[in-house]
Design a protein around this ligand. Structure first.
Ligand SMILES: Cc1cc2nc3c(=O)[nH]c(=O)nc-3n(C[C@H](O)[C@H](O)[C@H](O)COP(=O)(O)OP(=O)(O)OC[C@H]3O[C@@H](n4cnc5c(N)ncnc54)[C@H](O)[C@@H]3O)c2cc1C
Length: 283
């Protein structure tokens, strides 16, 4: 077979899944990942519909089932922490609830995919593409750290702010539309009893101020949970890669919110056990 050498930029969920299928169909994929190791981290990911079928076809069902967070669904609570509504994982049929039956941490999904291919796929960590030149018989690629190389095909799987898209088609501004909606999350130690339910506390919008939601999502490890904050901000007036700036924004939006929320905020006694991230959801 000709044209077997494929470079995949980005070793996240899409990059690892693509490398898996390329390998299975006889190609020789190379994955270049900016991070120094498999890119773990993140909140919970719901696997449903097509994604479930893909996991089945990849023969990774058992690994996914073993990694489930065990979430039973989503429960909305009032100011006193009393549950006022519940939506179970099966509320809209198999896998159809707001939290899927197959819900696992992104970290675990990334690890499962990486483990499935690590022995068969070349990974280049701690590097990224700086220049791309397409010619008659393929594509020449320059790397930030490694030597120049030639591939038959280059695929950009490097996320919303894709470096490959920038090199091939131009700056983010042409393609990314900011929705002004943010999610911040980090894991905490907590005594709040979740019993498998993701607790949602919402402050409705009023007087020109957008609504805000704080949530606690159960983790498999007892006494630990993911704290999550959902809010709107008109413009990214801070460096979205600066953890201190991220924490300030979260505190500003949630310091006056009731229930147990002030206790989860980054500046309080509750110590984040993983990095807090704020991400804009873009298209
Ligand atoms: C750390 C992290 C946490 C996330 N948490 C969640 C979550 O909790 N819930 C959820 O639903 N979605 C989460 N996402 C987003 C989710 O993974 C993606 O939206 C979705 O899975 C699509 O995957 P993707 O592979 O296209 O992009 P991503 O998963 O974003 O992966 C992109 C990969 O490309 C790498 N990369 C970026 N730029 C370059 C470059 N120039 N050169 C080389 N490599 C590069 C990144 O390090 C990353 O590994 C998270 C993404 C990341 C990176």
């Amino acid at each position: 077979m000709k044209n077997r050498d494929i470079l995949v930029s980005g070793g996240g969920i899409a990059g690892a899944a693509l490398a898996y299928w390329l390998r299975r169909y006889g190609f020789r994929p190379t994955v270049v990942e900016r991070a120094p190791a498999a890119r773990i981290g993140g909140h919970a990911i719901d696997i449903r519909g097509t994604a479930r079928e893909v996991i089945e076809r990849m023969d990774l069902v058992q690994q996914v089932l073993d990694a489930r967070t065990g979430a039973r669904g989503m429960a909305f609570i009032n100011e006193n922490g009393r549950q006022v509504a519940r939506l179970g994982t099966d509320v809209f049929g198999p896998s159809g609830g707001p939290v899927a039956e197959w819900a696992l941490l992104r970290t675990d999904l990334a690890r499962i995919l990486y483990d499935a291919i690590r022995d068969d796929v070349e990974y280049v960590f701690d590097d990224s593409i700086t220049r791309v030149q397409q010619n008659e018989d393929g594509v020449s690629v320059a790397f930030d750290r490694g030597e120049d190389r030639r591939f038959d095909l280059l695929v950009g799987a490097d996320g919303v702010h894709s470096g490959v898209r920038r090199l091939a088609f131009g700056p983010d501004e042409r393609y990314v539309r900011d929705l002004n909606s943010f999610i911040a999350l980090y894991s905490i130690e907590t005594e709040v009893e979740l019993d498998g339910w993701q607790l949602m506390f919402t402050v409705p919008g009023r007087a020109g101020r957008a609504g805000r939601t704080a949530a606690l999502r159960p983790l498999a490890e007892p006494g630990k949970a993911l704290a999550a904050f959902f809010f709107r901000e008109n413009a990214i007036g801070f460096d979205r890669r600066d953890p201190t700036a991220q924490k300030h924004v979260v505190v500003r939006h949630f310091e006056d919110v009731g229930w147990e929320v002030p206790g989860f905020l980054p500046r309080s006694g509750t110590r984040p056990t993983s990095t807090s991230t704020v991400s804009s959801r873009c298209t």
